[in-house]
Design a protein around this ligand. Structure first.
Ligand code: UGA
Length: 447
């Protein structure tokens, strides 16, 4: 009989995973502790903007006309335990308040609520990003708290999906990593992932600590790559070089590769920043802190770019104070194709300028509601043109396609000054300069 799957936690990761499992043909029951989220999902609505996810949900959520009916939602752990053969834990692990370490309270609570209901053999699969060593502890706690004892087994299966590409990354992962302690667990996970493995996704079987480490080290590597090119941008700024050309030339070396070499205001979001910090904190606990001190520098380089963007804006406006200056900010989300503003470099820059007296007006294609909630005192406009109207300077801080397609001539008519600073090195300088704009970008010569 086909495996029945549950997904605990229906954020970016869980909602996408649940829909993808239904797409792969499984009966799926999703659980969340937030009633509003469950109500939305039951109507086939996604609580965040993620391209393609709503369509995939509506294709499978029971009760929606024409759906496969394979996907249902609940808030009841007993129902989840009774239903599932494999339980995926997908709750988030934010940064602890006032500390670098990872907050495990949602993971711990999910396990604590599920375990007492496990009266038949089950595989619990952790997907959340956790400090190395967590799986070992959770496996012990699970077996101790579950009525079936050791027949409640744990596996660790980190997730590598990117926001904005979550559906594609989940259905066609570039690798599947499983930390297991038995051939039984491996067999079940091979069954779950038979579809993508059949299409060629590599299936890497390993132990718990390695599986946990793959995730944190992958994100650390990506953060390092971004901060590397941003460090080169700093050097280019000092030496008069062009970091975009530099990155292009470096990228042709296929040992280096061109991806994640886009210099600008750096990385943000709910993953990279907190993951490198939690990794440093965990290495410290393990007595291996020296191994990761370089990540402190990666973090500093990254945060410095936000300040540098503010200084570039100040300088472009004549070098004095921002008081009375009108600043248009294009982009609020931490990256395009997402409505996520968590630790967004764009909003950070907008906020800094606002706090220094600038009159900031922000526009973002999808992130307006979340941005307003986080920074209610910033100004907001309904369109890019409205944000730019009367602006002394325009800052391009999140590289949405919509901004690349703006007409510099039309924008020039409403701006009070044809001055644009590209914090993402994503606009075509030639096009803007041809329309008489002064175009400046991070790590690039002025003209
Ligand atoms: C990241 C990882 O890429 C995923 O593999 C991982 O699964 C996920 O975290 C997670 O841990 O859940 P995500 O946070 O969606 O995914 O965002 P990325 O696409 O990695 O971008 C992160 C930040 O780096 C963004 O702010 C982006 O603008 C910035 N970035 C990216 C650059 O500044 N330069 C680049 O060249 C690339």
């Amino acid at each position: 009989m086909a495996l029945k799957i549950t997904v605990i936690g229906t954020g970016y990761l869980g909602a996408t995973h649940a829909a993808a499992m239904a797409e792969l043909g499984f009966e799926v029951l999703g659980l969340d502790v937030v009633p509003e989220k469950i109500e939305m999902l039951q109507r086939g609505e996604v609580p965040m903007y993620e391209p393609g996810l709503e369509e995939l949900l509506r294709k499978h959520v029971a009760g929606i006309e024409g759906s496969s009916g394979r996907l249902r939602f609940t808030m009841d752990f007993a129902e989840v335990a009774a239903f599932g053969d494999v339980h995926f834990v997908c709750v988030n692990t934010p940064q602890k308040h006032g500390e670098y370490a990872c907050d495990m309270s949602y993971v711990d609570s999910a396990f604590a609520q599920l375990a007492p209901h496990l009266t038949r053999p089950a595989l619990v699969v952790g997907k959340s990003t956790v400090p190395v060593g967590s799986a070992d502890r959770l496996a012990r706690e699970l077996a101790a708290a579950a009525p079936v004892g050791a027949d409640a087994e744990l596996a660790w299966n980190p997730e590598f999906l990117r926001e904005g590409l979550a559906v594609q990354d989940t259905l066609h992962p570039d690798r599947i990593v499983v930390g297991v302690r038995s051939t039984h667990a491996e067999k079940l996970l091979r069954e779950v992932y038979a579809g993508p493995v059949g299409e060629g996704s590599p299936f890497v079987v390993t132990d718990f600590p390695t599986a946990e480490l793959v995730k944190t080290s992958a994100n650390s590597f990506l953060a390092t790559k971004i901060s590397f090119i941003n460090a080169m941008a700093e050097v280019c700024e000092a030496a008069g070089g062009d970091v975009v050309k530099l990155a292009e030339a470096l990228g042709y070396d296929d040992r280096i590769g061109k991806k994640f070499l886009r210099a600008g205001i750096g990385f943000g979001g709910g993953c990279l920043p907190k993951d490198i910090r939690a990794f440093m904190a965990r290495a410290g606990e393990l007595g291996a802190d020296q191994a990761l001190t370089f990540l402190r520098e990666i973090d500093s380089i990254n945060m410095r770019r936000r300040g540098q963007m503010v200084e570039m804006a100040r300088e472009a406006l004549g070098g004095g104070s921002f008081l009375g200056k009108r600043v248009a900010v294009l982009g609020a989300t931490f990256k395009p194709d997402s409505d996520d503003v968590r630790d967004s470099p764009a909003l950070n820059v907008a906020g800094q300028i606002h706090l220094q007296g600038g009159q900031v007006t922000v526009y973002d294609p999808k992130g307006m509601a979340n941005a307003r909630r986080l920074f209610p005192t910033l100004g907001y406009a309904e369109t890019a043109v409205e944000a730019v109207r009367g602006a002394d300077v325009v800052l391009h801080l999140t590289e949405w396609r919509e901004f690349r397609e703006l007409d510099p001539e039309a924008l020039g008519e409403v701006a009070s000054n044809r001055l644009i600073l590209d914090g993402r090195n994503a606009l075509d300088p030639g096009v803007w300069r041809a329309a008489s704009w002064t175009y400046r970008a991070m790590g690039r010569p002025s003209a």
